[in-house]
Design a protein around this ligand. Structure first.
Ligand code: GTP
Ligand code: MG
Length: 369
């Protein structure tokens, strides 16, 4: 499932500093001449594509990006200091267009790609530049140029990193509402969620991931019970599944272990590769379980479910335990991504090593004549 992550930002480059008209006034140098320095350049704003960032969520919070102005020049041949450039890091895949006329400014397709978004103004000239044989004491100087400014639209097609899986009423939508910007409907009847929802989870500055909430599954979904199981296809490209379980069902007759096993069975029926996908167990609604009973109930569940993987205990309603879970997910995803890059790099190195002699017909080489 793809959705468009969007943001609108404004970039304002710095103005150039003004040049200055000044003359050398030193003892024993009666005709010292002009010595007014140039203004420094204003800071420019660049974008840098970074594969370690995967959403635009930070740009929805920080909308205005302004670089500093260059310093004005001074006398005694002092040039004004140029202002530093600003580098905005955005995910690979971001399309940047001018908000007002739709012109494409940058299409970030590769890690490390850098594009200028707003150019800083040039510094003005001091009067030393205007000296000539006919005008030895120029009073001219020029002012710095204005920096560019632009309103930009950022767009990124994102895929969900994490998928939620569980029975109706398990608290999937409550969880995604607690941790992300998504606000799906939450209600105490089954099948409240009829369409998948995506939410961006912001862990900290420049750290975020995308989570997908899908309709609940029930036993027999493969045969069409409930809403069926076709929604599971939305989880196919995720990296991690969270199996959310209601540990405190309203009715005593409901056994959470039996329900959890039914979900896993449906998952396997739908697609073996989805079943093999990394999956974490998230026991929800712990706020309803009396505190002195929690440990025992969790232990009993894990044992009867025969679960060996990671287990998290949360209350999506009070948000207890949600933060720890979110941080653990982020760390897991970051580690996965790094491993992928590492293996990509190893593959490239191996490929390079496998080239023992240069064949001019090999399309990997460009022959310059
Ligand atoms: N006490 C308590 N109630 C919760 C918790 N999480 C969810 N609920 C309640 O459980 C009910 C179902 O929550 P939803 O988030 O709609 O569940 P869902 O899994 O999205 O359900 P479907 O969309 O029908 O599949 C709502 O009444 C929620 O308020 C929790 O941690 N504690
Ligand atoms: Mg729901």
């Amino acid at each position: 499932m793809k959705f468009i992550d969007e943001a609108k930002i404004e970039v304002i480059a710095g103005d150039g500093g003004n040049g200055v008209a000044s003359f050398c006034r030193e003892k024993f140098r009666p005709f010292g001449g002009p010595d007014g320095g140039d203004g420094g350049k204003g800071g420019s704003i660049w974008v840098l594509a970074d594969r370690n960032i995967n959403t635009l969520v930070d740009y929805r919070y920080a909308r205005l990006h302004k670089a500093k102005n260059g310093e004005n020049g001074r006398g005694s041949d002092c040039y004004g200091k140029g202002a530093d450039d600003i580098e905005l890091r955005m995910p690979v895949g971001t399309l940047i267009t001018d908000y007002n006329n739709g012109e494409i400014i940058a299409d970030l397709t590769e890690h490390g790609q850098m594009v200028l978004l707003a150019k800083g103004g040039e510094g003005g000239w001091g009067n030393i530049h205007f000296k000539s044989s006919t005008n030895r004491a120029p009073r001219q100087k020029s002012d710095g140029k204005e920096g560019e400014q632009r309103e930009l639209r950022l767009e990124l097609k994102v895929l969900a990193d994490v998928g939620l899986l569980g029975m109706p009423n398990a608290g999937k939508s409550t969880f995604i509402s607690a941790v992300s910007n998504a606000r799906p409907k939450v209600a105490d009847y089954p099948f409240t969620t009829l369409h998948p929802n995506l939410g961006v989870v912001r862990v900290s500055h420049e750290k975020s991931f995308v989570i997908a909430d899908i309709p609940g599954l029930i036993e027999g979904a493969a045969e069409g019970a409930g809403l069926g199981h076709q929604f599971l296809r939305h989880l196919q490209r995720t990296r991690l599944l969270l199996h959310i379980v209601d540990l405190a069902p309203f009715e005593d007759t409901v056994d959470p272990v039996k329900e959890a096993k039914a979900i896993v069975k449906e998952l396997k029926k739908y697609d073996e590769s989805l079943f093999e996908k990394p999956r974490w167990l998230v026991l929800n609604k712990l706020d309803v379980v009396p505190e002195d009973d929690r440990k025992k109930r969790v232990k009993d569940f894990v044992k009867r479910f025969g679960w060996k993987g990671p287990v998290f205990e949360i209350s999506a309603l009070t948000r207890d335990g949600c933060e720890d879970l979110v941080v653990a997910i982020y760390e897991y995803l970051a580690e996965q991504r790094q491993q992928e890059h590492r293996s990509e790099e190893t593959q490239m190195v191996e490929e390079a090593r496998s080239i023992t002699s240069i064949d001019p017909d090999d399309p990997r080489f460009k022959v310059f004549e």
